[in-house]
Design a protein around this ligand. Structure first.
Ligand SMILES: Nc1ncnc2c1ncn2[C@@H]1O[C@H](COP(=O)(O)OP(=O)(O)O)[C@@H](O)[C@H]1O
Ligand SMILES: [Mg+2]
Length: 284
């Protein structure tokens, strides 16, 4: 069970693990409020069910069923978005390593072959998530995926994502501008600047995934609406956008950050000056 804040690459890690261990990351259930027991166990091809009755041919196996039958890993994304009674469908599968199919006969079941296992992911902080039952918790090993602390490493990751998404001809983004991006995210994520000034943390998720999105959107803005080079103003406009699509309180907190921390830095840095002017202009 990979748990953590949204955007910390839990899904990415589970995909990589499943692909490395089982050769495929495609056996996946996406948890949602609409996930049913049939999605976790099996369902039926109704035309065949009516024509032949319940037969193996009419049975439509779920990703969990397929993973058990073939001894592979199944991924269960965002498991806490499912109601607890649906999560609990996994309890007997994980402890008994078998899935009963009463429609095919009293003894009908699929046994988990060696290699079968479940990698689940769950967001700690998000709207619309349910509790996880104690029974299910006991059957998982938990690994907490934490946000990246090292700003240089985060900058490297963002650069790699930009290269992968936009290719080598992407609008140039100077190291000093990248530094503004990762610093602003780190300040708002951790609630303090490197200098020790306290910053109020917005409710919006200031994850690496969101930082990548800001970098990509800023590059697009620079290419199509700007002069072809990403400046700190492009970053500011996208970053403030995160606050504005969130709660009113978030908008207030980011504004407070701009009015205090960014204003102070703008005195001694061209990039922070551009950031300040662009953010300030959005509110005026
Ligand atoms: N530690 C990290 N290493 C590599 N990429 C990361 C990392 N943290 C975030 N990312 C970026 O964030 C994106 C989204 O992560 P995702 O797996 O969807 O997060 P989660 O499932 O935790 O919400 C990844 O595709 C990657 O671009
Ligand atoms: Mg995810």
């Amino acid at each position: 069970m990979l748990v953590g804040e949204p955007g910390t690459a839990k899904s990415m890690l589970s995909e990589l693990l499943a692909a490395a261990i089982s050769g495929t990351s495609n056996l996946t259930i996406q948890g949602s409020a609409g996930t049913t027991e049939d999605h976790v166990r099996y369902s039926w091809n109704y035309a065949l069910l009516i024509a032949e009755g319940p037969t193996q041919r009419a049975l439509v196996p779920s990703p969990v069923y397929q993973a058990m039958a073939s001894g592979r890993l199944v991924r269960f994304e965002e498991i806490t978005r499912c109601p607890p009674e649906i999560q609990d469908t996994l309890v007997s599968i994980l402890s008994e390593k078998q899935l009963m199919i009463p429609e095919l006969g009293d003894e009908a079941r699929v046994w988990a072959r060696p290699g079968f296992n479940v990698i689940a992911t769950a967001n700690l902080r998000d709207r619309g998530v349910h509790e996880m039952s104690a029974a299910l918790k006991r059957r998982f090993n938990f690994e907490t995926v934490r946000p990246i602390r090292d700003r240089a490493f985060e900058a490297t990751l963002i650069t790699q994502s930009l290269d992968a998404e936009l290719g080598p001809g992407r609008p140039p983004l100077a190291a000093s501008v990248m530094d503004v991006l990762v610093t602003a995210f780190a300040d708002l994520r951790t609630g303090t600047t490197t200098g020790g000034t306290p910053v109020k943390r917005p409710e919006a998720v200031m994850s690496t995934a969101e930082a990548v999105n800001v970098a990509i959107a800023s590059s697009m803005a620079a290419r199509y609406l700007g002069d072809g080079t990403v400046d700190a103003g492009d970053i500011a406009r996208q970053l403030v956008g995160i606050a504005l699509k969130g709660t009113d309180e978030d908008a207030r907190l980011i504004r407070h950050y701009v009015d205090n921390v960014v204003r102070e830095r703008a005195r001694g840095s061209r990039e922070w000056r551009e950031f300040f002017d662009a953010a300030d202009g959005l509110w005026r």
